[in-house]
Write a protein that binds this ligand. Sequence first.
Ligand code: SF4
Ligand code: SF4
Length: 370
Amino acid sequence: MAKVILKKASYDYEALKEQVCEVMNSLGGKEIMPRSSVVIKPNLLAPAPPDKAMLTHPLVVKATVEYVLQRGACPRISDSPAMGSFEKVLKESGIKDALGGLDVECREFKESESVNIGEPFNFIEISRDALRADVVINLPKLKTHSQMLLTLGVKNLFGCIVGLRKPEWHFRTGVDREMFAKLLVGICRVLKPSFTILDGIVALEGQGPGKGGTPRSLGVLMGSEDAFALDIVVCRMLGIEPERLLTNRVALEAGLVESALRVEGDLPGVSDFKLPEIAPLVFGPKAFHGAMRRHFVQRPASHDTLCRLCGECWKYCPAKAITHDTKRVRFDYEKCIRCYCCIEVCPHGALSAEETIPGKVIRRIMKISS
Ligand code: SF4
Ligand code: SF4
């Protein structure tokens, strides 16, 4: 039976280090062999300071590195940020400073290797460093996600898809969230991280996962050898039906996780955790889906007073659906696949997902709840 461990935690470093150590020991961290290669994969989405709660906190990363060093193994911090250089993310996140003086390598995922993740995708390219490491330690942040509801242990591993292959995959899975969830589950199944330690000490609620989200103190550190099991327990803690998170539903349907899980520690009840509005992309008869997507479904929108025309959104958009003039960005909603990558990468919190007025009205009439 998969085990998920919970600890009440804060960013007080000495206490946190002990807690990370206890969680790792209890999960079998003592089996990490001396001189083995250990890839530590935090959430390093984009440059952001710790108080924005967008990235795995630098002290959680540091405590994990110190644990690996104590085992005599060789830790390496890796990710492939969606925005900004790897160096810049390390610096702004505070991770570079936190790791000062420690014998740890920081190396961006660059090379890929083709690996079969099963139907319907078969062979896809995943970071060679992650695939070839002796041990992968997955360090997600607990965050909301405008497209997928939450980004937790399973979704964090999408960062092991290197560089521009990420938006390519968004484009290939298109508006089909379930297809994207299957992709994420396939990646997690193949990478099979040995440990997943979730930073829920200060989480991100509302319109995450980028700067549109709001930090929310939950005081929780969680660990498991099974990223699927951990994600299910997070949902329970937040009072969400686990299958509402599509990656959970796909994993449960595929028999990748047992429904009975062993939870060690007190599962805190979190009330009123603010989730993003996730409206169904299309509904009703299939013949109307095209028009519906154009006029009724939720879509990215910009807040022009916040937009600085920096260009990150249109550079990243996998559907090439964003243009701009000298005053504002513009969206082509026929091309837009509602992946919300633009919201993720916007460094100024100038984008959010918004429902259209006709969409709200129709949904109310049809009594379709998100
Ligand atoms: S919306 Fe955000 S990412 Fe896009 S140009 Fe404006 S500030 Fe930059
Ligand atoms: S406009 Fe935004 S949500 Fe639409 S496809 Fe581009 S990145 Fe994705």
